[in-house]
Design a protein around this ligand. Structure first.
Ligand code: NDP
Length: 311
């Protein structure tokens, strides 16, 4: 069975940065990219807040550059997903794509987080027929149409702004009476004539014959029936936060109440010796590309130190 010194799971900024540092430290890292190569950033448009790009950079291009940098130093980047993991004994045992087995002396988990749905049955019914979690991926299909974005954070504003360039009208459905997003995003949204913010509305269902035709909205949790409305829309975009991708590790490693991996203080050490966590999977608070990259660097340094100590 193949045995690797340092195995990295995930190909977002955390995973690739861990690869760059681990390769330069001669740990011969093997990195499995998972299903979404390049991670969540590849579902967004332009990155404006990553230091070093004064004019911003296309998210896919940035991830391609991080990948090339990891490759350049010798990270063995492989396509495939880890389907199961046994952290009870070391070396750790992993199964790739349900068949290939391998062992790892150290593991860096950088599996990120996944976009959340509201939990309505209708969301699944109209998935691919009007419901989406990615404006960049699907916005094109709604040119000159009416769409809604759910959420009040930076992602929701970013999605609404992106869609406002393509669509006739964009509704931003916000459950509170304010936007949680940063001031600059709020200002940009306010300046767009074709974005209308619907404060204190919740979506209770979707409707449409073959494809989505609208959403049932309830005002202030149904307090005022006369304010409830059926909003005619062709597209319904969710931007309500994320769930950490930790199902593989449940029961084997300490997770917090929301499923994020718990790390020790400022380090990337987890409750299992030899396992390190980097990026959004262990960060319910910041969830930025730059903080994910930084923790990928820390994880590689922590793994190096761990491997030096056991050898
Ligand atoms: P956030 O957690 O910041 O926001 C989630 C939003 O969804 C909140 O407004 C929340 O409402 C709402 N929400 C959650 N659940 C529901 C629900 N069931 N029904 C209706 N609304 C719901 O997530 P984001 O993805 O927006 O941002 C994550 C992080 O990434 C943040 O730190 C953000 O600043 C950053 N980011 C930065 C960007 C940039 O700088 N360009 C771009 C995108 C993200 P409520 O407020 O009521 O809790």
């Amino acid at each position: 069975m193949e045995r690797v010194k340092c195995l990295i799971i995930g190909s977002g900024p955390a995973g690739y940065t861990a690869g760059i540092y681990a390769a330069r430290a001669n740990l011969h890292p093997v990195l499995y990219e998972g299903l979404q190569v390049g991670g969540q950033l590849t579902t967004t448009t332009v990155i404006e807040n990553y230091p070093g790009y004064p004019e911003g950079i296309d998210a896919n291009e940035m991830m391609e550059q991080l990948r090339s940098q990891a490759l350049r130093f010798g990270t063995d980047i492989r396509s495939g997903s880890v389907s199961s993991v046994d952290l009870h004994t070391r070396p750790f045992r992993l199964i790739i794509d349900g068949k290939e087995e391998l062992e790892a002396d150290s593991l860096i988990i950088a599996t990120g987080a996944t976009a959340r749905y509201l939990g309505l049955d209708d969301e699944q019914k109209y998935r691919g027929k009007g419901v989406s979690v990615c404006a960049t991926c699907d916005g094109f299909f709604f040119r000159k149409k009416k769409v809604a974005v759910v959420g009040g954070g930076d992602t929701a504003c970013e999605e609404a702004l992106y869609l406002s360039q393509l669509c006739e009208k964009v509704y931003l459905i916000v459950r509170k009476n304010y936007l949680r997003a940063s001031d600059i995003m709020k200002k940009r949204v306010a300046e767009k004539d074709n974005i209308e913010v619907l404060f204190e509305y919740n979506t209770t269902g979707l409707f449409g014959e073959q494809k989505l035709e609208g959403a049932h909205l309830v005002y202030k949790k149904g307090e005022k029936d006369e304010e409830n409305r059926d909003l005619p829309i062709d597209g319904f975009f969710l931007a309500i936060g994320h769930t950490p991708n930790t199902s593989l590790f449940k029961g084997q490693i300490e997770l917090d109440e929301n499923g994020y991996i718990v790390t020790d203080g400022i380090t990337t050490l987890t409750s299992v010796e030899g396992v390190f966590a980097a990026g959004d999977v262990a960060d319910p608070r910041y969830q930025q590309a730059i903080t994910a990259a930084a923790s990928g660097c820390k994880a590689a340094i922590d793994a190096e130190q761990f491997l030096n100590n056991i050898n």
